[in-house]
Design a protein around this ligand. Structure first.
Ligand SMILES: [Mg+2]
Length: 377
């Protein structure tokens, strides 16, 4: 029997479809894995049977801090773009750091109330902070709370809170994704494995947006990591994942060989393993198989399923995500609006030209049209 791939040309998803797939894929995985985040594999199987968790158990299924922070990353990127359009100069990571302060506000307040917090130092402009659906503590990471509560990147954390939120940097074509994602993750996670894992994921996602394969993206990420100081742990985690995917069954036991995903390089490795296993044979169930595999282990199930969903959604496009996984997700309208705005800014129109410095010459663009929703601060 031939191992050759089918010769028929496969229709590639559009960039728009990949962007939707990236954000929705992450939210779906996050909502699926959230109920079992703190359960062991034995507990998951005792409750849900030998196949583990295979569908939503919360009604409605709700995403957690992973997707909340991803939406805030997108909000920051859109503001940074407007700042660039307005002033011709911007530090993307500084603007995204301000967006994370707004996320912190949503974790320490029940809702938007300027009168109740006159001394709050967060900038509370824009639309997202006014949305009731963006509030609520869904097991937020302690490193993010600590660093943002103190207002400075003081933690030496290698937790997965830096890597699980960076997808918008890769799908929005904002400059050089590896370094930018490292800078943004380092706002809260100062350990090299914490931020370099984010750089690696962003580079892989950027390659997938450009119709690259998972393997080609991983090759590029390994190359970038080899040139970075302190990248050894992330390199070895990625290599372990790739090797395991080439020989092991797609099982929870195999996933747990790679760790539990609480730290960044393990979360990345588990997610790459699950995405590689799911795409060995691409079929209609590919996306679901990947996120289910990523949710069923005794670790950070929502983050690994979210990252896996992000990878598979970007690679396969929005059409590969089953409608019954998308439609019930609580807060779906927020994801939809963010996707629409990212597409309007970065995909069509106007197209984002390739340029070594952020978004290219200002004169290429019309003036910002949504400064009220995304002030450039
Ligand atoms: Mg979470």
């Amino acid at each position: 029997m031939s191992a050759e791939p089918p010769s028929d040309p496969v229709k590639q998803p559009s960039r728009t479809s990949r962007l939707y797939g990236c954000l929705y894929g992450g939210a779906v995985g996050d909502a699926l894995g959230a109920p079992v985040e703190f359960m062991s594999l034995a507990e998951i199987r005792a409750r849900f049977g030998p196949s583990g968790l295979t569908e939503y158990v919360e009604q409605p299924p709700a995403f957690t801090d992973d997707t909340q922070m991803t939406l805030w990353t997108a909000e920051g990127v859109l503001r940074a773009h407007n700042r660039w359009l307005e002033r011709g100069i911007v530090s993307v990571s500084a603007v995204v750091a301000n967006a994370y302060q707004r996320w912190y506000y949503t974790q320490t307040h029940d809702g938007f109330d300027l009168a109740a917090s006159p001394s709050d130092s967060s900038d509370l402009s824009g639309w997202l902070i006014r949305e009731p659906g963006i509030y609520g503590r869904r097991s937020p990471g302690s490193s993010c709370l600590k660093a943002l509560g103190q207002g400075s990147p003081v933690t030496d954390s290698r937790g997965c809170g830096g890597v699980m939120r960076i997808a918008p940097l890769a799908v929005a074509s904002v400059g050089e994704p590896f370094q930018l994602a490292c800078d943004v993750a380092a706002i809260t996670h100062g350990h090299p494995s914490g931020y370099l894992s984010a750089g690696a994921l962003a580079l892989i996602l950027a390659r997938l947006m450009d119709e690259g394969s998972l393997d080609a993206g991983i090759d590029d990420a390994l190359l970038a990591l080899q040139g970075a100081s302190g990248g050894e742990e992330v390199i070895s985690a990625i290599k372990r994942a790739r090797e395991l995917a080439s020989k092991a069954d797609a099982s929870a036991e195999a996933v747990e060989i790679l760790g539990r995903g609480w730290v960044a390089e393990e979360a990345l490795a588990i997610s790459l393993f699950c995405a590689l296993c799911a795409t060995r044979e691409e079929g209609p169930e590919c996306f679901r198989q990947g996120v289910v595999l990523a949710a069923n282990h005794g670790g950070d199930s929502d983050s690994t399923a979210a990252i896996t969903g992000t990878l598979l959604g970007t690679y396969l496009g929005m059409e590969a995500i089953p409608g019954e996984l998308i439609f019930p997700v609580q807060g779906r309208e927020l994801i939809e609006r963010i996707c629409e705005d990212l597409i309007r800014h970065f995909i069509a129109p106007p197209p984002a030209p390739k340029c070594p410095v952020w978004w290219g010459p200002m004169t290429s663009y019309p003036p910002p049209h949504d400064l009220d929703r995304y002030p450039g601060i």
